[in-house]
Ligand binder design. Structure first.
Ligand SMILES: [Zn+2]
Length: 575
């Protein structure tokens, strides 16, 4: 049965180009999405730029641009990355779109006018105001002396010197990072989403700590453990007690680049209220283009909805986002898939010259194959939210020894005999070869399960073990000797046929990770696009394959060296 599946990645903040962390998340989600498509499921894979908030407003101002112009510039730079790493989004949109403005207002009104009692509350709060810039200052734009250790020039929310967490009003001699002026305390009316309401607490406990449709804990164990803490009372830095879930301040005062709150002049939605709604806005934009009805699509009880995110934005996605959806009468996510960070230490402490890390665009411009990175990350990724480290030596070994040495070599070693001796025709497979092919097919359910559960590293290990078996079969039968012996033509054709058929199965298993390589293999083998639905079909004797052409280059150590050399041409990353 074809499952309707809606998948997103976290929306990148549109104040700069993608870094390698974004690309890792997109590759993880893309592998999963491509696997689902190969299974015949109907996936809509959506992304968008996260465009609102004070940091973008301030950066645009510095660049002498309007916020709209600023984010348009950033958005224009997205395509080379997404195309370059074969990320197969069905749609890329923006949180500053018409769809998002409308959906945000609809959702807010539903929360405000909730039939069980409003979930929005107005409250007056005191905040720092920059008199020179005539605006309320976000915490990160207030600097001053740490009230605890007296380090100078610390941020308004925490001290980088001693780690203390405090309110901006506690800073000694505070000043505005924008103008240098001394900020004034002013009172302002803010809008709060009442997460502390017993209805919200009950719903969120059930959603975040409960089970999914299969009776399994919905969220990853590390994530659920973190969430459990938020429901508990805990001490605050000032010696008080914070009682469980607090209400969420969802408004900001003008000037602010964002979406205006209905019936509240000069008040805007805090960027984190409108950003995840951007997932729905991107989907709606896609469905509108196709002439499909968005609300009808979302109303399908079978629809599955998944968000791939990093571990730094868990609160927003496992508390605020499901509550926003549920209490506005919308479908809640089926699951949130949380991953760790990608570190680029290269097995050593990062030296100054390597501090730029791994620039994804530089990687592509050096002519490095994007599928090397896709494969390498696949060998590292699991369903847990652990950090993974990019290590250049390991990268070279995985690509050159495993991907090329074990997998590609199967085709390059066996195809030549078939082309030169048999006009590219496949022969009849004898019993030992059939047993090997059966062994490969028997692993199918296991590999599918590993892809479905995002255990890509284990899937890659299983596939490479199968490649090992095929190479053992090849080496044991020594086709290069069979080719010299009288009367061994049929066995030679048989052995090479088995290897080519095995190569076809392994290519299918690797296709979610290596989509472009798989296309080349399909062209070379003269077969229809491989999918989980046609894998069971076999190539009949007499099927003719094409001439083998180089499928993949090996990684050159010089490329990796160049990648990590600081290079001014590639470090101008802000627009
Ligand atoms: Zn301090």
């Amino acid at each position: 049965m074809s499952r309707p599946i809606f998948v997103t990645t976290a929306l990148p903040y549109a104040n700069g180009h993608f870094h390698i962390g974004h690309i890792m998340e997109y590759i993880q989600a893309d592998i999963w999405v491509r696997y689902q498509r190969m299974m015949g499921h109907a996936v809509n894979f959506c992304g968008a730029d996260d465009t609102h908030g004070a940091p973008i407003m301030i950066a645009a101002d510095k660049a002498g641009l309007s916020p709209q112009q600023f984010v348009a510039q950033v958005a224009a730079g997205r395509k080379p990355y997404l195309d370059g790493f074969h990320i197969s989004f069905d749609n890329w949109h923006s949180t500053d779109s018409l769809e998002n403005h409308e959906l945000v207002r609809q959702i807010y009104r539903a929360l405000r006018d909730h039939p069980g009692g409003s979930l929005i509350e107005k409250r007056s709060i005191e905040q720092f105001f920059d008199p020179a810039k005539s605006m309320f200052l976000p915490d990160r734009f207030i600097l001053g002396e740490c009230p605890r250790c007296h380090a100078k020039d610390q941020y308004g929310d925490n001290c980088e010197s001693c780690g203390a967490v405090y309110a901006p009003t506690e800073l000694i001699d505070p000043y505005s990072a924008l103008s240098g002026a001394t900020p004034e305390l002013r009172s302002s009316e803010h809008y709060f989403f009442r997460l502390s309401d017993p209805r919200c607490v009950a719903f969120l406990r059930e959603w975040a700590l409960g089970t999914d449709d299969n009776g399994k804990p919905r969220l990853q164990i590390e994530v659920a453990n973190k969430i459990r803490e938020w429901f508990e009372d805990r001490p605050t830095p000032d010696g008080g007690i914070s009682r469980g879930l607090g209400d969420w301040d969802i408004s900001r005062d003008a000037p602010y680049f964002g979406i205006e709150i209905p019936d509240a002049p000069a008040k805007y939605f805090y960027v984190w209220l409108d950003a995840p709604i951007g997932y729905l806005a991107s989907l709606k934009n896609l469905l509108d283009k196709r002439g499909q009805d968005f609300e009808a699509y979302m109303a399908n009880p079978l629809l599955e909805q998944y968000h791939f995110i990093g571990k730094d934005i868990v609160t927003f996605h496992t508390l605020f986002w499901p509550a926003t959806l549920h209490f506005s009468g919308r479908k809640t996510p089926t699951n949130i898939f949380v991953h760790g960070f990608l570190t680029v230490k290269n097995g050593e402490k990062m030296s100054k010259s390597r501090a730029t890390g791994l620039d994804p665009l530089k990687y592509l411009r050096l002519g490095m194959n994007p599928e090397w990175l896709r494969y390498y990350l696949a060998t590292k990724l699991s369903a847990r939210n652990e950090d993974i480290d990019f290590n250049a030596t390991d990268f070279m070994a995985r690509v050159n020894s495993d991907l090329i040495g074990k997998f590609i070599n199967i085709a390059s070693r066996s195809a030549g005999f078939l082309t030169q001796r048999f006009g590219g025709q496949l022969g009849v497979v004898s019993a030992d070869g059939a047993a090997l092919l059966q062994q490969l097919r028997d692993e199918r359910a296991s590999i599918e399960h590993l892809y479905e559960s995002r255990e890509f590293a284990r899937a890659m290990r299983e596939i490479m073990q199968l490649a090992d078996c095929v190479n053992v079969f090849f080496d044991t039968n020594k086709p290069w000797e069979l080719a010299k012996k009288e009367g061994q033509e049929q066995r030679l054709q048989d052995v090479c046929t088995v290897c080519i058929k095995a190569f076809r199965v392994l290519t299918c298993y690797l296709k979610p990770v290596l989509p472009v390589l798989a296309q080349k293999v399909e062209a070379f083998l003269h077969i229809a696009p491989l999918s989980c639905t046609n894998l069971g079909q076999t190539l009949p004797p007499g099927h003719t394959i094409g001439t083998y052409q180089h499928l993949m280059q090996r990684v050159d150590a010089k490329q990796l060296e160049a990648l990590f050399v600081a290079d001014p041409a590639f470090t101008s990353q802000t627009p």
